[in-house]
Design a protein around this ligand. Structure first.
Ligand code: SF4
Ligand code: SF4
Length: 640
C-alpha cells in the first residue's frame, strides 16, 4: 500500500503564527526570572491603536495606555488591507490562529456545521454592532472598551484589569465552542477588527461617507455628531459584506485559478481555512479570503493557483513583516501626546515650556487626565501635553505669571509617610535631610520610602520640592545613623511584594551633597507632623459658653500609635452618648500625648466620663443610624 502523501506545509504562515505565540509565551514566562518586567499584551494591538486614533481625532486624547506604536500598527493594518489583503487576520492575529486550529479539530472530528447562507449573512451584522459599541464607548470615555469582552485580553491577563467577567467569559466560551463547530466563527461573526478590515476593503464608500460628513459639518455648518458617521460607516460595511460577499476595488492581490492547469481535485476547497470554494471560480473575490495562500501551497498542480497570475506565495508574508517593521520603526521616532490640552493662548510671546521625562506616574489616559486637571488649577499654566511611552510631560506657562521652577514645584507631589514607627518614642527624634536625585515622581518617592523602611531605626520620611528633591528622614539615633540611612537609600533596585506577587523595580537614587543637613526635634513636634490629631465637637457644643464647660485632660499614649488611629472615631461616637460631653481633642504636648474631654459640669461628671472610657465595650453610632457595640481597645491611665 502506498504511503499517504504528506500535504505541503505553508511555512510562510506557520513561522509568523508560531512567532506570535512564541512572543506571547515569552511575555508570559519572563516575569518568572525578571521581576521588574510587567507584560503588556496590548503593546502591539492595532485595534487598540485604531480606537485610540479615533479618540485622538475627536477629543484630542489617546485612549488608556495606547501610544503611537499601536496607532502606527493600526494604520499599517488598514494600508495592508488596501494594498495587499487582510494580512493581519491571516498571519498575525492570535485569536485567528487559535480559532483556525479549533476549526481544524472540529473538521477532523467531523463536527463542523454548515451555516445556512441567510443566517450567515445576518450573523455578520454582530461584528459591526460590536465595532460601533466598542468605538463609541472608547471615544467617549478614552478607556478601551474592547478590554471588557476581548477573549484574547481576558485570557492573557487572567480576567484581571478592565475585563468584565460576564462579558469576557461568555465571549471566550463562544469563541472556542463556536470555532469548533463553525469555521472561523469569531472572525466571521464577532471580531470587531474583522469588521474594520472589511470596511477597509470597502474603503471607497467609507471614504465617501466620511468626506460627505466633513463637508456637511464643516462647510454646510450642519451639526451631525460623529456617532452618526460611525453608524453609517458600520452599516455600509455590513450591507456591502452581507449582500455582495465579495471584494471590488480592494484589496489589490487576489488568488487566481488557472483552469487549464486545474484538475478539479478540490483539495484547495478542503484546505481553505475560510471554507471558500476556490475550485469553482477563476478569481477568489470572496470577502473572507485573507490571502493565507494555503490553497496555493496545497494545490498539487503547480501553477494552477497563483496570486494575481504570478507565482509569489511568499509576498503576503513578506509584506506583513515589512509593514509591521515599518510601523514599529516609524512609531519609535514619533510619539503622539496622550493628552494635548490648552486653556490659554500657548503661542503668546510670554509662553515658555517645561519638559520633564521619567515621570512614572504618567502612564495612561487616566493619570494624564488627573495631571492636566491639577495643572489647570495653577495660575500661569496654559496647557499640557503628556506622552505615556516615555512618561513625559510638556507644560506651557506664561513666564510673566510663573517661573519654570514654580511649574516644577506645582508638578511635584510631596510625600509624608511613617515607616518603622510603632507609637513608642524617646523624648527626641533625630533627622537627616538629603538631596535625592531622580526622585521627583510620586512613585519614586514611594520607592524611596520602601528602601528606607528596610533600615530599622528609620521612623518616617517627608519630601519637599527642590532640585534635587529634599528628603527629610526622621530616625531613632539609638538604632541607626545618617551613614546607614544614606546607604539604605541608594541600592539600584527594590523588591516589592511577597511570594508570587514579587516584582523588582529599578530605583537608582543618588544622594546629592547639596542641601544636606541634620538635627534633632522634640518627640511631640514629630508626632504633630505625622499623626493626625482629633478635635471633634458635638452635643450642641457651640450652644455652651466657655464658663459652662470644663476640660478634663488625661495622658493618652495610644494617640501616638498609628495603628490606633482607626479607632478614634469610635471613641468619639461612644463619648457622644453622654449628653454632657461636648468636645474631644487629642494633642501631643511636651509631657506626652493627651486627650482633652470638654464637658458641661451640670450634665455629667468626671466619674461618669471615667466609667464611659473604662467601659469594656464602645457603643458606636453608624451613619445609617444603627448602633453597634464594639470591644473597647483603649487603655486610659486615670489619676487617683
Ligand atoms: S487544489 Fe488546485 S487543482 Fe485542485 S481544485 Fe484547487 S486549484 Fe484545482
Ligand atoms: S482562498 Fe486561499 S488564500 Fe484565501 S483564505 Fe482560502 S486558502 Fe487562504
Amino acid at each position: 500500500m502506498a504511503a499517504k502523501k504528506q500535504s505541503p506545509v505553508n511555512y510562510y504562515r506557520i513561522v509568523l503564527q508560531w512567532g506570535i505565540f512564541a512572543l506571547l509565551a515569552y511575555m508570559l514566562v519572563r516575569p518568572f526570572w525578571d521581576k521588574s518586567y510587567a507584560p503588556d499584551f496590548e503593546a502591539y494591538c492595532p485595534f487598540g491603536g485604531m480606537q485610540s486614533l479615533a479618540s485622538y481625532l475627536s477629543i484630542h486624547s489617546l485612549a488608556c495606555s495606547m501610544t503611537t506604536i499601536q496607532i502606527a500598527l493600526g494604520i499599517a493594518l488598514i494600508a495592508g488591507v488596501i494594498l495587499f489583503s487582510k494580512l493581519f487576520c491571516s498571519y498575525l492575529c492570535p485569536i485567528g490562529t487559535f480559532t483556525e486550529w479549533m476549526g481544524e479539530l472540529g473538521r477532523k472530528a467531523k463536527m463542523q456545521l454548515k451555516v445556512n447562507k441567510n443566517i450567515d449573512r445576518f450573523l455578520r451584522l454582530l461584528k459591526y454592532a460590536l465595532l460601533f459599541i466598542t468605538f463609541y464607548f472608547t471615544v467617549t470615555s478614552s478607556e478601551l472598551f474592547c478590554r471588557k469582552f476581548d477573549p484574547f485580553y481576558a485570557s492573557f491577563t487572567g480576567f484581571s484589569g478592565d475585563v468584565f467577567f460576564w462579558y469576557a467569559f461568555p465571549a471566550l466560551l463562544l469563541t472556542i465552542a463556536g470555532s469548533f463547530f463553525i469555521r472561523q466563527f469569531w472572525c466571521r461573526y464577532l471580531c470587531p477588527l474583522g469588521a474594520v478590515t472589511n470596511i477597509a476593503v470597502y474603503a471607497l464608500p467609507a471614504a465617501a461617507l466620511t468626506l460627505l460628513w466633513v463637508l456637511l459639518t464643516n462647510v454646510a455648518g450642519l451639526s451631525i455628531p460623529w456617532p452618526w458617521l460611525l453608524g453609517a460607516v458600520c452599516l455600509t460595511g455590513f450591507i456591502f459584506e452581507a449582500f455582495t460577499m465579495k471584494f471590488f476595488v480592494f484589496p489589490t492581490l487576489r488568488i487566481t485559478r488557472h483552469e487549464a492547469l486545474c484538475t478539479h481535485c478540490r483539495i484547495c476547497d478542503k484546505k481553505c481555512p475560510m471554507a471558500i470554494e476556490i475550485s469553482t471560480v477563476d478569481t477568489v473575490n470572496h470577502i473572507d479570503c485573507h490571502l493565507c495562500v494555503d490553497c496555493v501551497i496545497k494545490c498539487p498542480e503547480k501553477g494552477a493557483l497563483t496570486i494575481n497570475k504570478r507565482n509569489m506565495s511568499w509576498l503576503p508574508a513578506l509584506a506583513t513583516v515589512i509593514l509591521t517593521a515599518a510601523a514599529i520603526t516609524i512609531a519609535t521616532f514619533y510619539e503622539l501626546p496622550t493628552i494635548s490640552e490648552n486653556w490659554g493662548d500657548v503661542n503668546g510671546k510670554n509662553i515658555q515650556t517645561v519638559q520633564m521625562d521619567g515621570l512614572k506616574s504618567i502612564k495612561c489616559f487616566g493619570s494624564s487626565r488627573s495631571f492636566a486637571n491639577h495643572m489647570k488649577e495653577i495660575p500661569g499654566i496654559k496647557g499640557v501635553e503628556t506622552y505615556v511611552k516615555h512618561h513625559r510631560v510638556v507644560v506651557y506657562y506664561d513666564k510673566s505669571q510663573i517661573s519654570a521652577e514654580g511649574v516644577k514645584a506645582a508638578i511635584f507631589s510631596p510625600l509624608s509617610e511613617l515607616l518603622n514607627f510603632d507609637g513608642k518614642l524617646a523624648t527626641k527624634v533625630s533627622f537627616v535631610q538629603l538631596g535625592i536625585d531622580r526622585c521627583f515622581d510620586p512613585k519614586d518617592q514611594f520607592y524611596l520610602g520602601e528602601l528606607l523602611r528596610s533600615e530599622k531605626g528609620v521612623l518616617a520620611l517627608s519630601t519637599r520640592f527642590g532640585e534635587p528633591v529634599q528628603a527629610k528622614i526622621y530616625y531613632d539615633a539609638t538604632l541607626t545613623s545618617p551613614e546607614k540611612i544614606e546607604a539604605a537609600a541608594t541600592p539600584k533596585t527594590l523588591v516589592l511584594g511577597e511570594g508570587d506577587q514579587q516584582t523588582t523595580v529599578e530605583t537608582g537614587f543618588a544622594v546629592n551633597e547639596a542641601g544636606k543637613a541634620k538635627g534633632e526635634m522634640p518627640a511631640n513636634e514629630f508626632l504633630t507632623l505625622f499623626i493626625p490629631t482629633v478635635d471633634v465637637s458635638f452635643n450642641k457644643y457651640s450652644s455652651y459658653s466657655y464658663d459652662k464647660m470644663l476640660v478634663y485632660e488625661l495622658p493618652f499614649e495610644q494617640a501616638a500609635d498609628p495603628g490606633m488611629q482607626q479607632w478614634m472615631p469610635f471613641l468619639v461616637s461612644h463619648a457622644s452618648n453622654d449628653d454632657g460631653i461636648v468636645r474631644i481633642q487629642s494633642a501631643f504636648t511636651e509631657s506626652g500625648p493627651v486627650i482633652r474631654i470638654w464637658f458641661v459640669s451640670t450634665l455629667t461628671t468626671v466619674g461618669k466620663i471615667n466609667s464611659a472610657l473604662k467601659s469594656p465595650e464602645l457603643i458606636v453610632h453608624y451613619p445609617d443610624k444603627s448602633t453597634k457595640k464594639v470591644k473597647n481597645p483603649f487603655l486610659f491611665i486615670f489619676e487617683n
